[in-house]
Design a protein around this ligand. Structure first.
Ligand code: SF4
Length: 346
């Protein structure tokens, strides 16, 4: 196994794309081989990202009452979870949240809305104006996670409003998706990503592990993200919340989570691998290992409906590791422009 891990490390560093079969062999690592996997993933991270760590923050800009039935989600109207429900936040509140995120060290600020998705109308116009105001304020880079986009024109409108990155997780493998959601399809999510890419918006897309998927289905997710050529890959570790359909699911063990981070570093070697929800609850004292396991990014501050740890504790942890927080998130390469075929729909 050690030789195979090294061969895959060299392939990743040369920019080679690992296959599904190679990924399945890596995810099969056990015992001391996991430490070898982590050590190799760390070298791959350093090769592409040096000592740089990206940080971002999110805000729950519209909370609860979502019409979708995602089994893990506290904001689904199908679940009685007691979370606060409120409409889209006003500009003043969002600007204050963005300013605080920047002060905390975040290189990007993501506005997140708990609804099915964007369609022409009042919410879209309000959201576009919020994005324009955030971009104009320039506290930090403005990103968004606004659900399914079923019309490519909307992606162009988001781009023209100044949006740099769109978060839309595939959430899990295509073969497991019907187990987590029945009110929309995997293809709704793939299409959303394709519309945003065509509009010249960079993509932040990953998923949640620990929802009952198999290790091979985690590799299947990584391969799907390879094919979509996403830029940032958030990895969430299921935080089974009371009142959701997944409330009784047992957590994955910390070493398994570190192995998963390492797998995604191997499968998407140059991409921005990010740790997000559930890292405090499930990695606990092993949180600082997440960078050694290949993560080049973490979310700081609170999550949508649960608290994160204090940003200053994360900044201290990163400094203690002799790593450097990037002033702005993302890759060093310039943002792509609008693709010609995208304009054809106008
Ligand atoms: S679409 Fe988003 S907010 Fe709605 S239930 Fe699914 S994950 Fe939750």
């Amino acid at each position: 196994m050690r030789t195979f891990i090294r061969q895959m490390e060299e392939k990743a560093v040369r920019g080679g794309r690992l296959t599904y079969e190679e990924g399945c062999r890596l995810i099969g690592a056990t015992g001391p081989d996991i430490l070898d996997l982590i050590a190799s993933a760390n070298r791959i991270r350093v090769h592409y990202w040096g000592d740089r760590i990206n940080l971002c923050s999110i805000v729950n800009a519209k909370s609860g009452n979502c019409a979708e039935d995602c089994k893990f989600c506290t904001q689904s109207a199908y679940h009685d979870t007691g979370i606060p429900t409120y409409p889209l936040m006003d500009s003043e509140r969002l600007l204050a949240e963005a300013e605080m995120a920047a002060r905390n060290g975040a290189g990007a600020f993501g506005i997140v809305a708990a609804w099915r998705g964007m369609r022409p109308g009042r919410d879209l116009e309000a959201t576009l104006s919020r994005i324009r105001e955030l971009v104009a304020a320039g506290h930090t880079r403005t990103d968004a996670s606004l659900g399914i986009i079923s019309d490519p024109v909307i992606a162009l409108q988001l781009k023209e409003a100044g949006l740099a990155y769109y978060n839309h997780n595939l959430e899990t493998a295509r073969s497991f998706f019907p187990n987590i959601c029945t009110t929309h399809t995997y293809d709704d999510r793939v299409r959303t990503i394709e519309y945003c890419k065509a509009a010249g918006i960079r993509i932040c897309s990953g998923g949640i592990v620990g929802m009952g998927e198999s290790p091979m289905q985690r590799v299947e997710l990584a391969v799907a993200l390879q094919e979509l050529d996403v830029d940032v890959v958030p990895l969430n570790f299921l935080h089974a919340m009371p009142g959701t359909s997944f409330e009784k699911l047992p957590p994955l063990r910390p070493m398994e989570l570190l192995k998963i981070i390492a797998l995604f570093r191997f499968m998407l070697p140059s991409k921005d691998i990010m740790t997000a929800g559930g890292r405090e609850v499930h990695l606990r004292d092993l949180q600082s290992w997440m960078f050694a396991a290949g993560a080049s990014h973490t979310l700081i501050g609170n999550y949508l409906t649960t608290e994160g740890r204090r940003p200053e504790d994360d900044l201290k942890m990163i400094d203690d590791l002799d790593l450097t927080c990037a002033s702005e998130c993302g890759t060093p390469t310039p943002l792509p422009s609008i693709r010609a075929d995208a304009l054809a729909v106008l």
